[in-house]
Ligand binder design. Structure first.
Ligand code: PLP
Length: 283
């Protein structure tokens, strides 16, 4: 496997960074995960816009030809269907210190891992998720895609140990999102999703769902959602780049409606598939 590190493409086992890198010591770093299908970046510009937003928010100054770097990295790893991970840390002072200054050189790192093309697989292959609902333990700037993911990891592990695939998070009496996904609820043909704020990550897939809904004339609202509203939902979905739009079949062991993939999900999945097909073929 070839990775990218600070201007070089090299085998993963030859890539080295300092033990004083602030990404390692403090999670002083931000990241993106971008799917490539048949060598083509899916919503690449939206990911790069969010990267710029995260970098600005934590005041890391890093500029590079991201498109050129990622496209080349994907090619060097055989093209095809790959998930690209891109991380930028503030770099290192050569010793451990909380404070930083702008003389530090950021560490730029990217690697790939194989993924399935969920759209090629088709709706039948989407298995659906069982989720739990639990407390949101994260900091108050969840709009920044920071690598400080310990709360997300602990809560996801709790979900896994309960036999679930994802955890929905609640803070101050409101649903925010999943540990690595955004949340949608469907009731009487209307899509509801928590509005954008510092409590959630502005997901690129969330944005695409709303764009496709608008185009197809499916009504949606960005609102505050209380956990009790899950009890009356016709459908619940979570979304992320590598999972697309994923139907939730049960919450805390209780089926969502009839416990099957819902009709509006089927429609949204078809819209996604068509969108991706157009992207791949340039039609
Ligand atoms: N929310 C959180 C906390 C995430 O970590 C992610 C992505 O991993 C998402 C939402 C979904 O974002 P995207 O659709 O851009 O992958």
């Amino acid at each position: 496997e070839i990775v990218y590190l600070n201007g070089q493409f090299l085998p993963a086992d030859q890539a080295r960074i300092s033990v004083f890198d602030r990404g390692f010591l403090f999670a002083d770093s931000v990241y993106e995960v971008i799917p490539y299908y048949q060598g083509i970046g899916f919503r690449l510009q939206q990911h790069l816009d969010r990267l710029a937003y995260s970098l600005r928010a934590v005041r890391i100054q890093a500029e590079a030809d991201w498109v050129g770097i990622l496209d080349e990295l994907v090619q060097r790893n055989g093209g095809g269907n790959l998930s690209v991970y891109l991380q930028i840390s503030r770099g290192s002072a050569g010793y451990r210190t909380h404070t930083y200054d702008d003389s530090m050189q950021p560490t730029l790192f990217a690697c790939t891992s194989p993924i399935r093309d969920i759209y090629e697989d088709g709706a039948e292959q989407v298995k659906g998720y069982n989720v739990i609902v639990t407390a949101d333990l994260r900091w108050r700037r969840c709009d920044i895609k920071s690598t400080g993911l310990l709360p997300n990891i602990l809560v996801l592990q709790q979900a896994r140990e309960a036999g679930a695939d994802e955890a929905l998070l609640v803070r101050d009496g409101l649903l925010s999102e999943g540990t690595s996904s955004n949340l949608f609820l469907v009731r009487q043909g209307v899509i509801y999703t928590p509005k954008r704020s510092s409590e959630i990550l502005g997901g690129t897939t969330r944005e695409l769902i709303l764009e496709l809904a608008a185009e197809a004339g499916i009504p949606y609202q960005e609102v505050d959602l209380q956990p009790e509203e899950l009890d009356h939902a016709d459908e619940v979905w979570v979304s992320s780049s590598t999972r697309g739009v994923m139907p939730v079949l049960s919450i805390d062991g209780v089926p969502v409606a009839d416990g099957l993939k819902g009709p509006l999900w089927q429609r949204m999945f078809a819209l996604f598939t068509r969108f991706q097909h157009r992207l791949m073929t340039g039609e």
